[in-house]
Ligand binder design. Structure first.
Ligand SMILES: NC(=O)c1ccc[n+]([C@@H]2O[C@H](COP(=O)([O-])OP(=O)(O)OC[C@H]3O[C@@H](n4cnc5c(N)ncnc54)[C@H](OP(=O)(O)O)[C@@H]3O)[C@@H](O)[C@H]2O)c1
Length: 247
């Protein structure tokens, strides 16, 4: 039977950070286009809210796994619970703001643990356990902060730049099995992460010719990178920056 390449029917996709914002939108939209979705996050209540949204958008069969991705033992449990998957979206991440003069090593370590080490080690564990099916697609959530200079954002920018550097090497290593790795590079997206900073969204909105993003905008791009329509796309960054001038 003809399978349209712009859908995820028959595929199992793991989405981290699915209890909020971008990860939640990716999980719901993946379910809507046919995927069986495994969701991960720390808050059981908000994971259940995502589960209800996915069930309403699809025929169900999804799985929720609660856990802290900075804990290696919990990463092992997540890999075991997810089983064999056709795609992983690493949407979990934290905002991290500190002027260089005030930066503490523990703060930087926490940023790297959440935004770089967690997606790196989760990917390593999936590869080691051979739990990624042939032709699987891995999607990392970077940020335009990795490409632009922003006062006070060096910890966050560094963690996302590290992610992109790692992704390009990974893409070459996994290509022989038809597997792919890419990064989404959003500008500001209206999520709880951004709303936690008072007035940031209003200030940012004026800078974007197409306006700030919605979580669904990132979800649609994630679906493109996960589905067979992008089967020759690997090692790339897909920018979702609303046309913001970078220089
Ligand atoms: N919003 C933006 O403007 C923007 C722009 C560019 C890139 N991004 C990136 O997009 C991704 C999603 O951001 P968002 O705006 O959707 O943020 P968000 O609403 O704050 O959601 C963050 C998600 O990550 C999960 N998470 C964080 N640390 C975790 C850990 N140690 N273990 C397990 N789960 C963890 C949270 O789980 P719990 O809530 O359950 O704790 C939550 O589901 C992040 O990587 C972010 O850097 C965001």
């Amino acid at each position: 039977m003809f399978q349209h390449p712009f859908q995820l029917r028959g595929k199992t996709i793991l989405v981290t950070g699915a209890s909020s914002g971008i990860g939640r939108a990716i999980a719901v939209e993946c379910a809507r286009v046919g995927a069986r979705v495994v969701i991960s996050g720390r808050s059981p209540e908000r994971l259940q809210q995502t589960m209800a949204l996915m069930d309403a958008a699809s025929s169900g069969g999804h799985v929720a796994c609660e856990g802290d991705l900075t804990d290696m033992a919990q990463l092992d449990m997540l890999v075991a619970a997810a089983g064999e998957v056709d795609g992983v979206v690493h949407a979990a991440g934290i905002s991290s703001l500190s002027p260089m003069r005030m930066l503490r090593e523990s703060f930087m370590q926490n940023t790297l643990n959440n935004n770089f080490m967690a997606p790196l080690m989760l990917t390593q564990k999936f590869l080691f356990k051979k739990s990624l099916r042939n032709n699987a697609s891995i999607v990392f959530l970077s940020s335009i902060a990795a490409h632009t200079g922003t006062v006070g954002l060096s910890p966050y920018a560094a963690s996302k730049a590290a992610l992109e550097g790692m992704m390009r090497c990974l893409a070459l290593e996994i290509a022989p099995r038809g597997m792919r790795a890419n990064a989404l590079v959003p500008g500001t997206v209206d999520t709880p992460m951004v709303r936690a900073a008072p007035d940031l969204l209003e200030a940012q909105a004026r800078m974007y010719p197409l306006g700030v993003g919605k979580p669904e905008d990132v979800a649609y791009a994630a679906i493109y990178l996960l589905c067979d329509a992008s089967r020759k796309v690997t090692g790339t960054q897909l920018h979702l920056d609303g046309g913001i001038p970078w220089t």
